[in-house]
Design a protein around this ligand. Structure first.
Ligand code: AMP
Length: 284
């Protein structure tokens, strides 16, 4: 991979990297398409990173669909696929990690200790191997893309981190490889995440700015779905991911909800239309 990337750089190509864990869906393909528009060489990676899964999480049963993934990437116009083995990425004696302090400890980090250390480490390695001009991430994992942006800034990386919109199913469920775990009944129940975000948006659009009031609405909608168990439902500052009391700056409404045994996340990004403006923009 390093040799190929070096050659692309020598040919003055603009390299775009799209890191994934495979089990590809339209959310991943949207990243490839964006990279195709902005770059002349598009590299996708597929690596189910053992270091970002906790000991009781779904690493061994995470969906692995390599052949269809490869075909999808080819059809979507990716130029190269990097799909290393775990032993190649973490050989015997591997002992260096990237830790983004603060941001990594909240929300996803609190529920999944060590998760973001694993994510930051593998993304750093992929960025070092490929040295892309641009690396593409989905806002579906809002805290992850914020942490990677921070890491790139803190460690003076030459790659620009590009964060892309969330791709959803027609009924609003955010696309995710983990949606494959859902039974038919759970799949219906899973729309509750998007419905809760929609209810929060309606409140904000009606003038509510108080976070606690919004959280009450989130819990009311989520609590009405009997297959759902809330891990967290919060309104956080888009920079720090600390809870906010009032919506007066860019914020995320962030959700992590178990539907049966499957843990799903989703978010709504809310920002003032212009700095200081009372008018808000909502990004589902
Ligand atoms: P994953 O394979 O789940 O690690 O995801 C690889 C990349 O695709 C990450 O940057 C994700 O944020 C992004 N991604 C996953 N699902 C979606 C989605 N529904 N919309 C947009 N990006 C997504």
């Amino acid at each position: 991979m390093k040799e190929q990337a070096r050659q692309a750089r020598a040919e003055n190509r603009v390299i775009g990297l799209v890191p994934t864990m495979g089990a590809l869906h339209r959310g991943h393909l949207a990243l490839i398409e964006r990279a195709r528009r902005e770059c002349s060489t598009v590299i996708a990676s597929i690596f189910v990173n053992p270091k970002q899964f906790g000991p009781t999480e779904d690493f061994s049963k995470y969906p692995r669909t390599f052949d269809p993934d490869r075909e999808m990437l080819e059809r979507a116009g990716a130029d190269l696929l990097f799909a290393p083995e775990a032993a190649e990425i973490y050989p015997q004696g591997f002992s260096s990690y990237v830790q983004v302090d603060g941001l990594s400890e909240r929300l996803e980090g609190r529920s999944r200790p060590g998760h973001f250390r694993g994510v930051a480490t593998v993304v750093m390695k992929l960025l070092q191997i490929v040295q892309p001009n641009f690396a593409y991430f989905g806002r579906k994992d809002a805290q992850q893309s914020r942490i990677i942006t921070q890491m790139a800034r803190d460690l003076n990386l030459d790659s620009e981190i590009v964060v892309c919109p969330i791709v959803r199913e027609p009924d609003g469920l955010a696309m995710s490889s983990r949606n494959a775990y859902l039974s038919a009944e759970e799949r219906k129940a899973a729309t509750v995440l998007n419905r809760a975000l929609g209810a929060a948006k309606d409140e904000v659009a009606a003038g509510v700015r108080d976070s606690l009031q919004l959280q009450t609405v989130l819990h009311r909608v989520l609590g009405a779905e009997k297959l759902a168990r809330v891990d967290y439902a919060e309104i956080v500052d888009a920079e720090t991911f600390e809870p906010v009391l009032r919506l007066n700056k860019p914020c995320f409404v962030v959700l992590a909800v178990f539907i049966g045994k499957t843990r799903l996340i989703d978010n709504l990004f809310i920002e003032p239309k212009a700095p200081g403006s009372d008018e808000l923009l909502f990004h589902f």
